[in-house]
Write a protein that binds this ligand. Structure first.
Ligand code: PEP
Length: 247
């Protein structure tokens, strides 16, 4: 069986209508309908309509970066899975380390968001990852295992996407080596369905993508900073599409 190859951009809290339009145009020009690896962008909520209008009917999917664990109701400022589906989202990032660290999302809340996303027909991109202190204490597998088990204890994984994102590599310019990432991916793969697409995220860019993507258990990338530069993002997409993994 061939696992899906996916390169997903996480725009974080960046963009405006003009910059988004230029970035999407450049991605579509460079991507050229080539579907050897799937491509997606996860964008701030206010731009979902703009992005959906531009990408509908193309080979580039779109999604959001967060979702409420609640279906609807008096939750001021929150956005439900049904609302994201209404705007054509395929994906939603769940449990990004910035949500866990800056907004206090617990393992339990991440598990509830994952369940809400699945129930709403979205494909969650579940992020797990250890801090530098946890890695240096030899606790990487314990931490990512705990984060993943919290989700698996209340939901089946289904066709969700898993992203290994070491916290110390996110936005730091310091990526995990291919061997470091592969070791964690191989561990994670023992816990999820064999066809699960497992992404690496953490300072992935054109210059280091091929080495990471050549690893047998790395199926693609979740890309932060480099997803805001079309040429960088497209180079990663091309690297992912040029390697086929068979399980
Ligand atoms: C991310 O935000 O998921 C990420 C991997 O960021 P960066 O690529 O900038 O490290």
């Amino acid at each position: 069986m061939t696992r899906t190859r996916l390169v997903a951009g996480n725009w974080k809290m960046h963009g405006n209508r003009a910059a988004n339009a230029a970035l999407l145009d450049a991605i579509l020009r460079g991507q050229g309908g080539d579907a050897s690896a799937e491509c997606a962008v996860c964008v701030p909520f206010p731009y979902l309509a703009q992005v959906g209008e531009r990408l509908r009917g193309t080979a580039v999917a779109w999604g959001a970066q967060n979702v409420s664990e609640h279906a609807q109701g008096a939750y001021t400022g929150e956005v439900s899975a049904a609302m994201l589906a209404d705007f054509g989202c395929k994906y939603v990032i769940v449990g990004h380390s910035e949500r866990r660290q800056l907004f206090g999302e617990s393992d339990g809340q991440v598990a509830a968001k994952f369940a809400a996303a699945r129930k709403g027909g979205l494909t969650p991109i579940l992020c797990v990852g250890e801090t530098l202190a946890e890695r240096e204490a030899g606790r990487t597998e314990q931490v990512v295992g705990r984060q993943l088990d919290a989700v698996l204890s209340s939901s089946s994984f289904g066709d969700a996407v898993l992203a290994y994102e070491p916290v110390w590599a996110i936005g730091t310019g310091r990526n995990a080596t291919p061997e470091q990432a592969q070791a964690v991916h191989a561990f994670l793969r023992t816990k999820v369905p064999s066809e699960t697409c497992i992404l690496y995220g953490g300072s992935m860019k054109a210059a280091n993508a091929a080495g990471l993507l050549a690893m047998p258990d790395i199926d693609g990338g979740l890309i932060g900073g480099a997803s805001l530069a079309a040429e960088e993002f497209l180079a990663i997409l091309r690297a992912a599409g040029s390697i086929r993994v068979t399980t």
